[in-house]
Design a protein around this ligand. Structure first.
Ligand code: NAD
Length: 291
């Protein structure tokens, strides 16, 4: 890469903390190279309380755009000029674009990445009844984007009395107020009868909790007796690539059992397009960095 960086090279970056483990620099720099774009991508470790200063610094440096990871995803919105409709509803941004005149617009590509990944597997969320397990960051993005993409119903399950239940209630209120074509509700994840009934009558079941990733790898929130051939099962967890829930859904012959790695790729594809107006070589990136 040192051979192509010059005085005109445009900087893109990731801010948040920690960022050392992130696959984003490799994914973006490879794609810039492949498309012959004079851009470079770095990651900067920025704690929550420095979010505003970081945004000011990035403006001063005339960066081409930036991604935001935890813990800055919600905080960053305060320092932007505008938000996309999805980012406004979700209340968090993972991508900021910069216009010619320096205007910063926040986007959230996590939900779009989820919906696109399902589409890549032949599943359209439009008109579907969707059960979402979880009410945290990923769950909020997935739930709101499914509603915006035409789902007929989104039914959230989160443990009542634990973190995030109120956030789920807030998500339901936002969908009711802003996406009237989609029915939204929330129930207690610990109410196994309510969960079984909802899973029994939905089209798509999504796990957007931390269950399935370390240290909860090997665990699942769904009793495999609830799986049936006309159910689509999707996970946001991508490490491990196949969670126990996904393995059990496959074994039960569910219509589709879709892991979270494609969501991770597709949220990057969407951000890359917002940054450059071009398509990331997604298949190559998947094979090179996510296999
Ligand atoms: P978060 O901390 O914002 O939310 C965590 C959620 O998990 C909450 O709903 C919480 O109630 C639930 N939870 C935690 N422990 C639980 C347990 N023992 N039983 C039941 N529920 C439990 O986290 P997040 O950022 O939303 O991440 C959630 C998952 O989504 C993680 O596994 C993360 O890796 C994944 N994720 C994937 C992508 C992707 O692109 N594929 C993007 C973002 C997040």
């Amino acid at each position: 890469m040192e051979n192509r960086i010059n005085g005109h090279t445009r900087l893109f970056c990731l801010i948040g903390s920690p960022v050392g483990h992130s696959g984003s620099p490799a994914m973006y720099n490879y794609s810039f190279d492949r498309l012959g774009l004079d851009n470079a991508y770095l990651a900067f470790d920025i704690p929550l309380e420095k979010t505003g200063e970081a945004v000011e610094a990035l403006k001063l440096l005339h960066v081409g755009g930036f991604n935001i990871t935890m813990p800055c995803k919600t905080e960053v919105a305060k320092y932007l000029d505008d938000l996309s409709p999805a980012a406004r509803l979700i209340g968090a941004c993972n991508t900021v674009t910069v216009s010619e005149d320096g205007k910063l617009t926040g986007h959230n590509t996590d939900g779009v990445g989820f919906v696109r990944n399902l589409k890549e597997h032949g599943v359209d969320v439009a008109g579907k009844k969707i059960v979402v397990l979880g009410a945290g960051g990923a769950a909020t993005a997935v739930t709101i984007q499914c509603a915006l993409s035409g789902a007929s119903e989104v039914h959230i399950f989160n443990r009542k009395g634990y973190n995030f239940y109120e956030n789920g209630e807030h998500t339901v209120e936002k969908i009711r107020a802003n996406v009237p074509g989609c029915q939204a509700s929330i129930d207690n994840l610990l109410d196994s009868a309510a969960l079984a009934e909802a899973v029994g009558s939905c089209d798509i079941l999504v796990n957007a909790t931390k269950v399935g990733m370390a240290p909860l790898d090997g665990e699942t929130l769904i009793d495999s007796s609830l799986f049936r051939p006309d159910l689509v099962v999707a996970d946001t967890v991508y490490n491990p690539r196949e969670t126990r829930m996904i393995r059990e859904a496959q074994a039960a012959g569910c219509k589709a059992a879709i892991g979270g790695i494609g969501m991770l790729l597709q949220q990057g594809v969407e951000a890359f397009h917002l940054f450059t107006g071009k398509d990331m070589p997604a298949q190559e990136v998947m094979e090179k960095f996510f296999s």
